[in-house]
Design a protein around this ligand. Structure first.
Ligand code: GH3
Ligand code: MG
Ligand code: MG
Ligand code: MG
Ligand code: MG
Length: 318
């Protein structure tokens, strides 16, 4: 009977010290359109396996150098996380030999002589498992990708699209570690929309939401470096992480931001500061040392923010 070949062809490593046995297998396998690699010894089997990564291994047990059990164990160790089917084709036919073969890492154990029909059927069964394995590998890759996307989404604020509180905490922690290691200045800015309660009261919460989105957009525009992070701390409060930014650089950022806010001039009819929406900010900059914490930096930026509020708002203090 002709071996069924509706499945895609395999690259099969045939390991046997007998040339005649290899030739018979090669004939049968090539007839079924598989590609054949031949190894005459255990050592050669291992080296061909590593070089060509076959889809399946047909493995003799009794060989002059290393026996098939040794080869199976070596192959299993050579593919951590992977799986290549190993079918023993052995002259040794008692139960203990089969037991040893499976223990060594074999997936099946056939006793020679093996008919072409049996071999073809066993190959088909392994092919089904290989298909299943490939599906699982694809699924797990897709799952990893989805997880990465989810991780990113979980750290985004749904209203503004900025990084949320969780992302800010993680980002600030990482940047403190990096700035301490590289001995570079790290700046944290806390911003707070002025008289935002009045804004909501006079224009409504939907307009308030739109205002927050616009402020967020401007913050994103003004902190342009790839490692800068603009986050929504909560409510109408925003935080910025500016790595490798000294105090002077932070003040430049603040001036630029105040300028674009003034230019945008979102009407705020009841603001005691100006006719438009304004923002106050507090800046803290340090080259972190062992005592620097995210909490400490937030606290210092907050103090500066309160000072900016107390001094008339629409300004940044450091
Ligand atoms: P100050 O200048 O001292 O910061 O005054 P303020 O009115 O901005 O500060 P306050 O803390 O009294 O009020 C903040 C307001 O922000 C109150 C709250 O309803 C509003 N707010 C917080 N989160 C949101 C939001 O997601 N959407 C809208 N529309 N309003 C929000
Ligand atoms: Mg042999
Ligand atoms: Mg506030
Ligand atoms: Mg406010
Ligand atoms: Mg307040």
């Amino acid at each position: 009977m002709r071996a069924p070949d509706i499945e895609p062809s395999l690259t099969i490593l045939v390991v046997d010290d007998q040339a005649a046995a290899r030739a018979v297998l090669r004939g049968e396998l090539e007839h079924a359109r598989h590609r054949v690699l031949e190894a005459r010894s255990g050592a050669e089997a291992l080296s061909l396996f590593l070089r060509h990564q076959p889809d399946l291994v047909l493995l003799d047990v009794e060989m002059p150098d290393h026996d098939g059990y040794w080869v199976a164990r070596e192959l299993r160790q050579a593919e951590p996380g992977g799986w290549t089917p190993i079918i023993f084709l052995s002259g040794l036919g008692n139960d203990l030999d089969l037991h040893r073969g499976i223990e060594a890492g074999g997936d099946d154990y056939l006793v020679k002589p093996v008919s072409a029909i049996v071999l073809a059927a066993k190959l088909r069964a392994m092919q089904r498992l290989l298909t299943m394995r490939n599906r699982l590998v694809t699924l797990s890759e897709e799952l990893n990708e989805a997880n990465q996307k989810l991780k990113h989404l979980v750290e985004l604020d749904s209203l503004t699209g900025l990084v949320n509180r969780g992302g800010l905490d993680r980002g600030l922690f990482n940047e403190i570690v990096a700035a301490r290691r590289d001995q570079l200045p790290l700046t944290l800015v806390m911003c707070d929309v002025d008289y935002f309660k009045l804004y909501n009261d006079s224009l409504g919460h939907l307009q308030g939401d739109a205002c927050l989105r616009q402020v967020a957009e401007l913050l994103k525009q003004v902190c342009r470096r790839p490692r800068d992070v603009a986050a929504r701390y909560g409510g109408e409060e925003f935080a910025l992480i500016l790595p490798n930014t000294p105090r002077s650089g932070a003040m430049t950022f603040a001036r630029a931001f105040l300028r674009v806010m003034a230019k945008l001039a979102l009407p705020h009819p009841d603001s005691p500061v100006a006719g438009h929406v304004t923002v106050s900010g507090g800046i803290t900059t340090c080259v972190p040392d062992a005592s620097t914490t995210a909490q400490g930096m937030i606290m210092r930026a907050d103090e500066a923010l309160y000072a900016a509020k107390a001094h008339g708002r629409n300004r940044f203090f450091s």
